[in-house]
Design a protein around this ligand. Structure first.
Ligand SMILES: O=C(O)c1cc(=O)[nH]c(=O)n1[C@@H]1O[C@H](COP(=O)(O)O)[C@@H](O)[C@H]1O
Length: 281
């Protein structure tokens, strides 16, 4: 299979050209209602198309959250396919937020579903959970390499409950989260200008100086906006690794819909604040 240029290289270029913002496509039932749309497939379709029209030609990354599409069964998945295709056609990279994780042999099928270049839901990258053991992800790592796609592996998540697993200390004295970051550093070794195997690290987490976040790959940083973090927090949370951070905002942008112009303005405001925060870092 001839793959695309590696995801990390494509992402670095997109971040340099467009800035690093990732806008999430999270069609919550409450947002559909606020936008005057029905909580049905037509509403889902209108919502997703509007977000793509508003920002896919200007942000580096769009991140559809699969659960909100799965809610509507096969017709929701058809909307997800269209959303991914139209976002990519408009020049955005698509990170499919499906947070898959399973035993290795089943993980291979999840990888086929999202990372095989001929799959209907092929995406530039996929969020995955390493909490069945990092090694269980190896079929996804292998297929991502072959396709020129990437992974974002949950390392230190933005939710307060995540710490009970991720900050747990192993017998060798390292935390579970640090162990995941260590695996990613090995995957990305020697990859220039940026590896394709990223971590998810919440922007809400405050001081992370005890973690080595500089693991050669991108860091997807959710938590800005609705979960309380702000663009100005990025330099202090991520330190030197901030240059590789892809900050995600979902509800913080989406609540400004349904007008395309208002969505675009909200996204530009976040992009400007992020640029200002990174320049001062
Ligand atoms: O993998 C993710 O994207 C993710 C990881 C994490 O630690 N925290 C987190 O909020 N997310 C996702 O990021 C988005 C955040 O949405 P907002 O809180 O509305 O900006 C949601 O789609 C979450 O599922």
């Amino acid at each position: 299979m001839t793959g695309l240029e590696p995801f990390g290289a494509r992402l670095r270029r997109a971040m340099d050209e467009r800035g690093p913002l990732c806008v999430g496509i999270d069609p919550h039932a409450s947002l559909l209602s606020e936008w005057g749309l029905g909580d049905n497939v037509d509403g889902l379709e209108r919502f997703s198309r509007t977000v793509v029209e508003a920002v896919a030609d200007r942000v580096a990354v769009l991140k559809p959250q699969s659960a909100f599409f799965e809610r509507f069964g096969s017709r929701g998945l058809a909307v997800l396919e269209t959303t991914v295709r139209e976002a990519r056609e408009a020049g955005a990279l698509v990170v499919m937020d499906a947070k898959r994780g399973d035993i290795g042999s089943t993980m291979a099928a999840y990888a086929e579903a999202f990372l095989h270049k001929d799959a209907p839901l092929f995406s530039d990258a996929l969020t995955v959970s390493p909490y069945l053991g990092y090694g269980s992800l190896s079929p996804a790592v292998a297929l991502a390499r072959e396709s020129g796609a990437g992974l974002f592996v949950l390392a230190l998540t933005s939710n307060p409950e995540g710490g009970e697993v991720q900050h747990a200390v192993r017998a060798d004295g390292r935390t579970v989260g640090a162990t995941v970051l260590g695996h990613l550093a090995l995957e990305n070794a020697g990859e220039e200008p940026l590896g394709s195997f990223g971590a998810v690290v919440g922007a809400t987490l405050g001081d992370l100086s005890s973690y080595d976040l500089d693991m050669g790959g991108p860091i997807l940083a959710p938590g800005i906006g609705a979960q309380g973090a702000a663009p100005g927090d990025l330099p202090s949370v991520f330190g030197r690794a901030v240059r590789n951070v892809v900050p995600n905002v979902s509800r913080g942008v989406l609540r400004h819909g349904p007008e395309t112009v208002a969505l675009r303005d909200a996204s530009e405001r976040f992009a400007d604040e992020i640029r200002a925060a990174l320049t001062s870092a």
